[in-house]
Design a protein around this ligand. Sequence first.
Ligand SMILES: C[S@@+](CC[C@H](N)C(=O)[O-])C[C@H]1O[C@@H](n2cnc3c(N)ncnc32)[C@H](O)[C@@H]1O
Length: 342
Amino acid sequence: MHAPAHQPTGEARLTGETLRTALAGLLDGLPPRQAAQAVERLIANYRGRTPTHTPILRDRSDVVAYAAYRMPATFEAVRSALEAFRDRMPECTPASHVDVGGGTGAATWAVAAAWPEDGHRTTVLDWAEPALSLGAEIAREAPSEALRTAEWRRQTIGDKLVIPEADLVTVSYVLGELTEDGRRAVTDEAARAGRAVVVVEPGTPDGYLRIIEARDRLIAAGFRVVAPCPHSAACPIEAGTDWCHFSARVSRSSLHRQVKGGSLAYEDEKFSYVAAVRDAGVPEAPSRIVRRPQIRKGQVLLELCTPAEGLARETVTKRHGSLYRAARDADWGDEWPPPEGA
Ligand SMILES: C[S@@+](CC[C@H](N)C(=O)[O-])C[C@H]1O[C@@H](n2cnc3c(N)ncnc32)[C@H](O)[C@@H]1O
């Protein structure tokens, strides 16, 4: 990792809007009926319970459907996770990044958005050739040198997986497609190769359990958790009673609406994640807000995961002055109390 350079690169800041623009031309030339069928097939495949022994993303219409239907949401989820990581470790800017099971590159775009200073090298590994080619095609026009020069490499997750050493390894929305052995292989190899590892899964009870499994393995490999947990002890959530997850807002472009149906201008992507680092120098963490804050008359109710006392509830009232104003602005997933200057 290197200290942030903050050098102006002359390139536009990369946002969800930039990604939507890059995706906008994708369905051109694909008849709407065919696009709809590709999305239906994709949903059926994902619903038909994986792991699979062959890629789900088999051809161009599959990956176009994935990119249009899912990529904006996985991008926003990973970006939120990376921003929580960056806020806790502001001195760490990755100089190299590997995205395992990277598909069309959502996490690669998210890394470029989270560290707009640019200048990192990025490598995407996946077993689905059509996903890698489409990812490379979309990235070619991106306003980020790291994306334009990214390397897209075919690699299967399994016993023989070798991840190139990197400051940051991301594994986003992949564990759910793997067998137990595959999940172990990718987490252990990410822990060997990465100085920091960020794993993201859907914010469902099963997704959370896969995150806990990965978190345990990272800690056993000597990692410290940076986010969302304010500690590296066992998760205080009692198994089966609840699941730790967060929410990222995703604006829907007309392309997205066309593929997904419906007319809402946005949707909320629920996700679970863990960000961990191998180095010991992790600063003390404040609590984290683990539910949407409830605003009542003259008070805000916060549900927190605390560094030393597990889950806790805090009621912030008008009597708390500036802290009350901060609580009214606080969001699900934020640190609490907010860092100075925030
Ligand atoms: C749901 S997609 C997620 C793609 C991307 N990471 C994202 O966040 O949008 C899962 C990806 O994992 C890849 N994948 C699944 N099983 C794999 C395996 N055994 N080896 C390599 N890649 C695999 C798929 O090809 C697909 O691109």
